[in-house]
Design a protein around this ligand. Structure first.
Ligand SMILES: *Cc1c(COP(=O)(O)O)cnc(C)c1O
Ligand code: SF4
Length: 357
């Protein structure tokens, strides 16, 4: 069940050594399967098991089963361990539990709300904004977030980079304006350390690229993903490295996450967080305040608070713009300026995320 579809990065040169030795003084993983891969494979996929583990009522089961046929349940156990037993309204549970509400259609909620399919400049490469491109390096995620705008993304048809890495590389090479490459997905950290090493090495050969950015939820949902090999590779990269993690609630950031993030911070990775504003999860000013403060305590600054992308199946998470602005206005009175995320919406065809506050 594990398989993570790692793209076939054709034309990759011999991989540089990234395992076993590092100068960070951190013991490497032992064996062929690092612990994070076991945790990935062992993620909960069966709604009955999730309800059981959390001592939740059986009457949630039929809808969870029906809805997960469209977009399967998937949640790693370290993340489940931060949920409160017996609480149907737990803010972490609500992000992963398939509910009947997902089957409701709602006007304006569509399959590809951000126009990603149209924006592909070469397969798996999205060039929407000046100076930076986004690579969809895998369709795999460690966790399936019910509100995700990629829930209908046809990864199999436009199999990110898989057979098209040369084309993507050519595109970046011939566009000297591209200073930053963003690895996205899916979750780019669901690739193995070897795959990432190969990809980063190829990108390092393109002189005008100065910044590498990873958009990932893995350090939050499986903190063991921050392996010694990953740390060593990023540490030795010539790139300025930015990691944008994704947490929506302070309860997601326990001590194991804090430890993983501290290791990234120690090798000078710039750590930012993006959240999605979600009804029932984080649409209270005090919840957002605690999230910002907890992030800061983990060496992470809040970056974006996204208005929900209007993807079909997620309408029940929507917070309207007036309410969103009111929340931000109140949050601004409670936190220092550097802990206030930018409230934005993604709009197809726009030249940047659109600020709402
Ligand atoms: C969000 C996004 C980016 C990054 O935008 P920033 O404002 O720099 O964070 C880049 N490319 C695409 C396609 C995006 O969706
Ligand atoms: S892309 Fe991000 S938000 Fe979407 S399912 Fe994967 S981890 Fe969750």
């Amino acid at each position: 069940m594990i398989q993570i579809s790692a793209p076939n990065l054709q034309g990759c040169t011999a991989k540089t050594s990234s395992n076993n030795t590092n100068d960070l003084g951190i013991a490497p993983d032992n064996g062929d399967h690092p612990r994070w891969q076991t945790q990935l494979a062992d993620a909960i996929r069966d709604p009955a098991e999730l309800l059981n583990l959390l001592a939740l009522p059986d009457d949630l089961l039929p809808q969870a089963i029906a809805v997960s046929l469209q977009f399967p349940l998937r949640v790693p156990r370290p993340y489940v361990s931060r949920m409160k037993k017996g609480d149907q309204t737990d803010p972490l549970l609500l992000q992963v539990l398939p509910l009947a509400a997902e089957a409701h259609t709602s006007p304006g909620f569509v399959a590809d709300p951000v126009g990603d399919l149209a924006a592909q400049s070469s397969p798996g490469l999205i060039h929407k904004y000046h100076g930076r491109i986004l690579l969809v390096v895998t369709g795999a995620c460690a966790i399936h977030c019910r509100y995700c705008f990629r829930r209908h993304f046809p990864y199999n048809q436009s199999n990110p980079l898989a057979d098209n890495w040369q084309q993507a590389r050519q595109y970046i090479t011939s566009n000297p304006d591209i200073k930053e490459v963003i690895l996205s997905g899916g979750d780019p950290l669901s690739l193995s350390d070897d795959r990432l090493d190969q990809l980063i090495s190829q990108l390092e050969h393109i002189p005008h690229v100065t910044t590498l950015r990873l958009h990932t939820r893995l350090p939050v949902v499986i903190p063991d993903r921050v392996t010694p090999a990953l740390l060593a590779r990023l540490h030795h990269s010539r790139f300025k490295t930015v990691m944008v993690i994704h947490a929506n609630h302070g309860n997601e950031l326990d001590n194991s996450v804090k430890t993983a993030l501290a290791q990234l911070h120690n090798i000078n990775v710039t750590l930012l967080n993006q959240s999605v504003l979600l009804k029932g999860v984080n649409d209270e000013v005090n919840t957002l305040k605690i999230l910002s403060e907890t992030l800061f305590n983990c060496d992470v600054l809040p970056y974006y608070l996204h208005q929900l992308d209007k993807v079909s199946g997620a309408a029940h998470f929507e917070v309207n713009d007036a309410e969103a602005r009111r929340l931000l206005k109140n949050l601004q009175k409670l936190v220092p300026g550097y802990l206030l995320p930018k409230l934005v919406r993604e709009q197809a065809g726009a030249l940047s995320k659109l600020p709402l506050y």
